[in-house]
Design a protein around this ligand. Sequence first.
Ligand code: ASP
Length: 327
Amino acid sequence: MVRRIAVIGMGGTIAMAPGAGGGVVPALDAADLVVAVPGLAELDLEITARGLRSLPSPSLGFGDLVALSAAVRAEIDAGATGVVVTHGTDTIEETAIFLDLTVDSPVPVVVTGAMRAPTSAGADGPANLFAAINVAAAESARGLGTLVVMSDEVHGARFVRKGHTSSTAAFVSPGFGPLGLVVEGEPRLRGTPRVPLRLPAGPNVDQLRVGLVTVALGDDGELLRRGGDAFDGIVLAGLGAGHVPAGMVPLVAGLAARVPVVLASRTGSGPVLRHTYGYPGSERDLLDRGLLHAGFLDPAKARVLLLLLLADGADRDRIASAFEHYR
Ligand code: ASP
C-alpha cells in the first residue's frame, strides 16, 4: 500500500526567517519545509504539503483550530495514511489536544515545530519534521490519537507541554513521560490508545469564551470578580493540588453556581486531588461547592476540553464525566 503523508503548515519558528524589522517572522510554507529535510526523498512515501496559516502560534485562535481540524479530516478522507502539522511551539499543546478530541480516526496525526529557526545554527526543524513524518507513517502510531514529535520524542496530546522557553528539549510529558522515541528514523512506540472521547469542532467553538485564571499567594480574586461574568466557563489554575486562598472561596463558589468552573493545578504536573485536604479553599471544599475536577489535564488543555464541551451544548454532568477520562 502506498503510504501518503499530508503535511499542513500553520507557521511557527519552524517556518520563520529574518524579518525587515529584526527578529524572525513566519515566511516559509509547508512545501519549503519538506524540501529542506535531508533523507525524506529516500523514504518510500508520497508526501504532499500545503500551507493553511502562516502565523506565530501565540496569534492562532480557535477559528484557526476549527479550520485545521477540518483540513486534517479532509486529508484523511482523501486517503492520507498520516497527517503532519507544522506549528509554532508556544501553543502546540493546545492544538494537539484540540485535534485529539476532534479528529475521529485511527490515522496518525502528528504535530511538530522547532525551537530554532531555519537560519539559526543547529536548527532543529528538519530533524523534527523528519521524525514526525516517520511517526505519521508508522503502523504502530495508529489509534494513539494526536501526537507531538519533538527532539526524537513522541508525546501524547493529553500529556505534552512546553516546559522550557528555549531548549531544543523543551517538550515534556510530566508525570507520564513520552509514548516513545524515534531511533535512527524508526519510531519505537509503546503508547496507550487515546481516550474514547470525540467532540465536534463546529464554527460556534470560536464564539464562546473560556477564561483561564491562575491563582497566586495573597490572591483576593479581583480579576475574577471584575471579569468572571464575561466567560461561558472558567478554568482555575489552582495552587498545589487544587487550592485557593480561603478568602476567594465565596467568589469562586458563586461563579461555579453560574457557569462551569474547572479546577486544575498551576504546578505543571500531577492531578488535582479529591479528598485529602479539608480546609476552606482546599480541593475538597471547592469540589463540594460545585467546581469540576480537571484530573491530570493541565490548565491550558482543560480550557480546550471545556470549550469544546460547551460548544457541543454539554451540561454540567456531561462536562464532569468528560473530565473523568483524565483521572
Ligand atoms: N517560539 C514559537 C515557535 O516555536 C513561536 C510560535 O509558537 O509560533 O514557533
